[in-house]
Design a binder for this molecule. Structure first.
Ligand SMILES: Cc1ncc(COP(=O)(O)O)c(C=O)c1O
Length: 368
């Protein structure tokens, strides 16, 4: 089949900025003139809005999702203990655990879900386990009810990796406030995307929040005395200004994302060769990614490409298949994870897709 030009990309963050260009330009101009570029009023305002959104007492803005995970594990003092984590995640989750000095212990996902299987987590708990990192993949919350129970029973830290799940809820509660801490990424292609790197941690414990505030800036306390471990992970005011604006537009943007997701669901449901994993009943799927399952994803990818539609693998291999992480995976078998990786393909889903583009994707799924 001839290779067609890709006209419908997987993501295109520039579309949002082109739509809101004058508002964005004005905000960025105000930041420049203010002379305050890091951790100033716009960051403080964003922290407040994020905490409100997540229904948590605190939010601490940092420089990336990876830093948010690393700083959470560090202030919790997990040391060189074991951290149970799904292998079905971004490499960044595992890098953050390593960076914190701990040992990742990979667990499987649920057979019909995309997040940690609490029963498999339980099997992997040892006396060296210090934490569970629940990753809310694709926009679906992990089973936080079961994981919370396990973490409480064994005295473990429960950290949520919310990088892919801004807008998701579990049993009516927004992700981020379901564990001890919730780490967000605002990488440009995320549901809540900045125009560069940015991240945040939300939590309900005042002492933890204070430690995070210190740890994101050299370990400084209010009087600039080094009171604990720290790095430089400040959020810049340009990103905070953009994130505040994006939060204002969130209701319409998210509604559009959900509307497109519903159309994709119907298209998938109309083709017996395709399937899609929904969020459990009672949970809201935030549709960071729309992932289709089929017997031969590479053929589906070629079929879409021939119609000018991009697709992608999230990811090409599970984390325990990455050569650097194989050291934590000797003899490891994760059948549910492996099964999903043989079958999945992500298709474009972002609010700025036009109705024509959505119709083209629906049509392409219909004739495969
Ligand atoms: C599940 C998950 N965790 C962590 C991260 C890391 O976020 P960042 O790129 O902002 O460091 C990402 C982003 O790709 C992610 O998808």
């Amino acid at each position: 089949m001839p290779v067609a030009e890709i006209k419908i990309p997987m993501v295109d963050p520039g579309r949002w900025y082109r739509k809101h260009l004058s508002e964005v330009q004005q905000l960025l101009g105000e930041v420049l003139s203010s002379g305050r570029y890091l951790l100033a009023s716009r960051t403080v305002a964003f922290e407040q809005k994020l905490a409100d959104f997540c229904n948590t007492s605190y939010a601490v803005a940092v420089n990336s999702g990876t830093d948010a995970l690393y700083l959470s594990l560090t202030v919790a003092g997990i040391g060189d203990g074991e951290v149970i984590v799904p292998s079905h995640t971004a490499a960044a989750t595992i890098s953050a655990i390593e960076q914190a000095g701990a040992i990742p212990v990979f667990a499987d996902i649920q057979s019909r879900g995309v997040c940690l299987d609490p029963e498999d987590v339980e099997r992997r708990i040892t006396e060296r386990t210090r934490a569970i990192v629940a990753v809310h993949m694709f926009g679906v919350s992990a089973n936080m009810t079961a994981l919370r129970e396990l973490a409480s029973l064994h005295g473990l830290l429960l950290l949520e990796d919310c990088a892919q799940a801004f807008g998701a809820t579990h049993q009516g509660v927004p992700v981020g406030g379901l564990g001890d801490m919730g780490a967000f990424s605002f990488y440009p292609t995320k549901n809540m995307g900045a125009a560069g790197d940015a991240g945040a941690i939300v939590c309900n414990d005042g002492v933890t929040a204070q430690r995070l505030v210190a740890a994101r800036q050299y370990g400084w306390d209010d009087e600039r005395r080094v009171c604990g471990p720290g790095i430089n992970s400040r959020m810049d005011e340009f990103q905070a200004a953009i994130l505040n604006l994006r939060l204002e537009h969130w209701p319409q943007d998210f509604a559009r994302r959900l509307h497109i997701a519903e159309r994709m669901q119907n298209a998938v449901a109309g083709n017996p060769k395709l399937s899609h994993r929904e969020a459990p009943i009672g949970d809201v799927h935030a549709y960071h990614l729309f992932v289709v399952e089929c017997a031969e994803p590479e053929l589906l990818s070629a079929h879409l490409a021939a119609r000018g539609i991009a697709s992608a693998y999230h990811y090409s291999r599970p984390a325990h298949g990455e050569s650097h992480f194989e050291q934590y995976a000797t003899g490891l078998e994760l059948p549910n994870t492996s099964h999903l990786y043989e079958r999945m393909l992500s298709i474009p889903l972002f609010p700025e897709l036009t109705d024509t583009e959505v119709a083209q994707i629906e049509a392409a799924l219909g004739v495969w």
